[in-house]
Design a protein around this ligand. Structure first.
Ligand code: NDP
Length: 455
């Protein structure tokens, strides 16, 4: 709950100005709450109205995207780019293609991205974009036509030193390829305007792996504060897309046992553990055949599949015995009841690969129970960090080895953990990574805004 007059006023104004944006409100109130100890110490931030300015995106771009289906029909979608804050570097953040996409969701994501990017230590501002287009069930040619139409408008607002989009839900290697091809054709330039590119045209090794690997590195750092490792730990992983797949891979590397995966139709529980052979099956299923996770249960014996439709009010994936949880699907996939189930089933380490997967009450419960809880803006920052490394490689026309990029990613994740932990201690709540990540990310951006005058 907000306690300071200054933060209460900012939040009231946001709600009045942006009604009907619940996800954005949720992200703002969580940040404001944890920044109260910072605000108490920094009257100069209040005087310069840094909070009021930071909750207002620098630019919100909305546009029409029309394209032709294979059967000749015309589909019309809405495209967005939210340029949140550019105080410390060019705007940077992914693009999401999913039917649920709206202004509220993209504003929350762009807002979170400001602090996340600051935490990485790489000079990147915060942005997010996307469309309510659903690539699921579309042919490759339809996806290509949509991406071309989307970039035909977006290209005006982005650039390698202005705003560098990347992937997110529904925007993987295929979509980035089409978007980059369109950028190159429209602008007649070849540069690192998008990250997550294919290896043959300027992509970085380890970028596909980075978010999942990073979330596991972050969990390992949290466990190390209690003298523990991932060895032998049972882990719940949600989602079955990019982040979930590489989370499973790194859990296996570090000796853990992943037992769950999901998609929007349901979840699988494999008590025997998801091993490398089964993971290869999932990667082929999801990335090549674009199938559903249910097929995992059809293929492997002893696997339980629970469809969402079986009980829409009960999220089965968070109701299995485990030590660690890696929510890696989408926002608000852990409600209060799910958080209670996790704790009741023995989970004491939660590292968020997804953005804002835990609702506010769930976060409060994790903090109250003092479990190791790594919020998305710290735990999943490995993806954007490696995007930053991709930009660096593009800028000097070089490419680094797999080992080099992984070493840097690991180092960045350790530094993010250390700075969030240090900030949590400095503001009187050691081990509260929500406060630590928000405070450490915010102070750097706020100081840059102060230095640059009133804009
Ligand atoms: P993908 O599209 O590769 O995978 C998303 C997975 O989550 C799929 O299994 C999808 O199931 C499931 N999912 C998506 N929306 C919903 C929903 N509304 N309800 C239930 N399940 C859903 O995306 P990513 O793996 O890239 O992203 C996952 C999360 O990680 C997102 O929150 C994203 O913002 C975050 N993230 C991603 C980064 C990256 O580098 N990719 C970086 C930082 C954060 P289905 O196939 O049925 O849609």
């Amino acid at each position: 709950m907000l306690k300071l007059q200054e933060t209460i006023k900012v939040f009231e104004d946001v709600k009045k100005r942006d009604p009907g944006q619940p996800e954005f409100h949720q992200a703002v109130v969580e940040v404001l709450e944890s920044l109260e100890p910072v605000i108490r110490k920094r009257p100069d931030y209040v005087k310069a109205r840094i909070l009021e300015r930071i909750v207002e995106p620098e630019r919100v771009i909305m546009f029409r995207v029309a394209y032709e289906r294979d059967n000749g029909d015309i589909d019309i979608h809405r495209g967005y780019r939210i340029q949140g804050n550019s105080a410390i570097g060019p705007y940077k953040g992914g693009c999401r293609f999913h039917p649920s996409v709206n202004l509220s969701i993209l504003k929350f994501l762009a807002f979170e991205q400001i602090f996340k990017n600051s935490l990485t230590g790489i000079p990147m501002g915060g942005a997010k974009g996307g469309s309510d287009f659903d690539p699921k069930g579309k042919s490759d040619r339809e996806v290509e036509r949509f991406c071309k139409a989307f970039m035909t408008e977006l290209f005006r607002y982005i650039g390698p030193n202005t705003d560098v989009p990347a992937g997110d839900i529904g925007v993987g290697a295929r979509e980035i390829g089409y978007l980059f091809g369109a950028w190159k054709k429209i602008t007649a330039t070849w540069n690192g305007v998008l990250t997550g590119k294919g290896l043959s045209y300027g992509g970085s090794l380890i970028r596909p792996e980075a978010t999942g690997y990073g979330a596991v590195y972050f969990a390992a750092e949290m466990l190390a504060t209690r003298g523990e490792t991932l060895e032998g730990k049972t882990c719940l992983v949600s989602g079955s897309g990019n982040v979930a797949q590489y989370t499973v891979e790194k859990i296996l590397d570090l000796g853990g046992k992943p037992v769950t995966l999901s998609d929007s139709d349901g979840c699988i529980y494999d008590e025997a553990g998801i091993d490398r052979e089964k993971l290869a099956f999932v990667m082929d299923l999801k990335n090549v055949r674009r199938g559903r996770i249910k097929e995992y249960a059809d293929k492997y014996k002893g696997v339980v599949y629970t469809p969402v439709s079986a009980n829409p009010d009960h999220n089965q994936i968070w109701d299995y015995k485990a030590d660690c949880a890696f929510p890696s699907a989408t926002q608000n996939e852990i409600n209060l009841k799910d958080a209670q189930n996790l704790i009741r089933n023995g989970v004491y380490c939660v590292s968020e690969g997804a953005n804002m997967p835990t609702c506010i009450e769930g976060v409060e419960l994790f903090l109250e129970k003092k479990i190791l809880y790594g919020p998305g803006k710290a735990a999943n920052a490995g993806g954007v960090s490696t995007s930053g490394l991709e930009m660096a490689q593009n800028a000097c026309f070089s490419s680094w080895s797999r080992e080099e990029v992984d070493r840097r990613l690991h180092e960045i994740m350790k530094n993010i953990h250390a700075s969030a932990l240090a900030a949590s201690e400095a503001y009187g709540s050691k081990g509260n990574y929500v406060l630590g990540a928000n405070a450490a990310g915010f102070v750097k951006v706020a100081d840059a805004m102060l230095a640059q005058g009133i804009w």
